[in-house]
Design a binder for this molecule. Structure first.
Ligand SMILES: NC(=O)C1=CN([C@@H]2O[C@H](COP(=O)(O)OP(=O)(O)OC[C@H]3O[C@@H](n4cnc5c(N)ncnc54)[C@H](OP(=O)(O)O)[C@@H]3O)[C@@H](O)[C@H]2O)C=CC1
Ligand SMILES: CCCCCCCCCCCCCCCC(=O)OCC(=O)COP(=O)(O)O
Length: 370
């Protein structure tokens, strides 16, 4: 009985390095026209190709391991990591014990900014119109002990940004708190809903006074003391709407565009005194901004818009602001991809951007039947 093994075809011997079958060379030498010969040529070619490929692989590995690429890569990563760490440590030191003034600290983003700057060890002067809300915030801050750095009891100064006289008096009071100001965060603001045609000029002025003239006046009142010390930092909380204009927000978008322009000019002029200027442009944030917005006739809008309700958490935005200030960033956009892209679209393809805004206006008009 023939053994099972003898009925099988002999398996080709394998080339141990390249893992391809070894060609029978000495025993068999077929000639052209022979089918076996053709197969042999094809096999030879494929063997050559595989060898070349493997050689390339070996050479590439040799290059990576024996040359400086890997050490260089790890070196770069190390330097980058060290740079980030240094930046973080410097940011922390910059904010610790710094005298920071925050306007609009009674609610929303300003309230959260107060919390993160307080936890970072800043000496706060909290501003707003509502004394009780400021007192409650100070109680809340001083009651919390969840920080590693030394904290300081905040001061408060109440005034209305639409009152130029009150701003001058408030600036003097602010300077008396700690003797000087390191960082001014111009955060207070109101929004607006309405068509250009229905909106009274008084409403346009009110928005401009709160969002533009008020912060400008407060900044001008505090700048001389900063210039004298050759030290200071002005932060303006603008908006994505300081970079693009969307329908039914004429007064608000105008006030934020003016804010961006003013503080960009100021940055250039203050460079000689080493005074920093940071403009922050957030997208939607979940605060009471839409509820507190005013309408075409000056009445309160009073609605929590879907866009606002779905906005970023004010705590997160406040943390981003703290980081940006610590790094002395000049211009920061804190928004989702679409609004950020819209800024580029406005610059690179204005025609397309204007068509999109016109269609947005049509849709909104239809849905509100106006
Ligand atoms: N929420 C959002 O989607 C976005 C907001 N922003 C900006 O963030 C900033 C903060 O707004 P946000 O927290 O969202 O809104 P809120 O309405 O919650 O807070 C607004 C703050 O501004 C103060 N304020 C309003 N008017 C005056 C005034 N005349 N004088 C003094 N203080 C005033 C309010 O104080 P008071 O208690 O006295 O009313 C309040 O503290 C604004 O500049 C806004 O434009 C930017 C982009 C998106
Ligand atoms: C290359 C492709 C680009 C596609 C771009 C499409 C255009 C999309 C338009 C997006 C508009 C975004 C508007 C964002 C507005 C915003 O974030 O405002 C922040 C605020 O200040 C909110 O105030 P409001 O009172 O309006 O709630």
């Amino acid at each position: 009985m023939a053994s099972q093994g003898s009925s099988k075809r002999p398996r080709p011997r394998m080339d141990p390095i390249h893992l391809v079958p070894c060609l029978p060379q000495a025993k068999w030498s077929p000639g052209p026209g022979d089918q076996g010969w053709m197969l042999c040529q094809v096999l030879k070619e494929s063997q050559k190709y595989t060898r070349r490929k493997n050689l390339l692989k070996v050479r590439a590995m040799d290059f990576i391991t024996s040359t400086a690429i890997l050490p260089l890569l790890f070196g770069c990563l190390g330097v980058f990591g060290l740079f980030r760490l240094l930046q973080w440590v410097r940011g922390k030191a910059y904010l610790r014990n710094a005298v920071v003034v925050i306007t609009g600290a009674t609610s929303g983003l300003g309230r959260e900014c107060a919390k993160v700057f307080y936890a970072a060890g800043a000496k706060l002067v909290l501003c707003g119109r509502n004394r009780e809300a400021l007192e409650e915030l100070i109680r809340e801050l001083t009651a919390s002990h969840a920080t590693k750095v030394q904290t300081h009891k905040p001061y408060m100064v109440t005034f209305d940004l639409t009152d130029p006289g009150a701003i001058v008096a408030a600036a003097a009071e602010i300077l008396q708190c700690f003797g000087f100001v390191d960082i001014l965060v111009n955060n207070a603001g109101i929004s607006y809903r309405g068509t250009v045609m229905d909106t009274t000029v008084d409403v346009d002025k009110r928005i401009m006074e709160t969002n533009y003239f008020g912060p400008v006046a407060l900044t001008k009142a505090l700048l001389p003391s900063m210039i004298k010390r050759r030290q200071g930092h002005i932060v303006a909380i603008s908006s994505i709407q300081g970079k693009i204009s969307i329908p039914f927000r004429s007064a608000y978008a105008a006030s934020k565009h003016a804010t961006q322009a003013f503080f960009d000019c100021l940055r250039a002029e203050m460079e000689q005194y080493e005074i920093e200027v940071t403009v922050i442009s957030p997208g939607y944030i979940h605060t009471n901004l839409s509820i507190n917005a005013i309408t075409a006739d000056g009445s309160r809008y009073g609605v929590m818009d879907k866009t606002t309700a779905q906005g970023r958490s004010p705590v997160e935005v406040a943390q981003d602001i703290l980081a940006a200030v610590g790094k002395k960033k000049k211009d920061v956009i804190l928004a989702d991809v679409l609004p950020s892209l819209a800024i580029y679209l406005r610059t690179l393809a204005p025609g397309l951007f204007f068509s999109l805004m016109a269609s947005r206006a049509r849709k909104e008009r239809k849905s509100k039947n106006v």
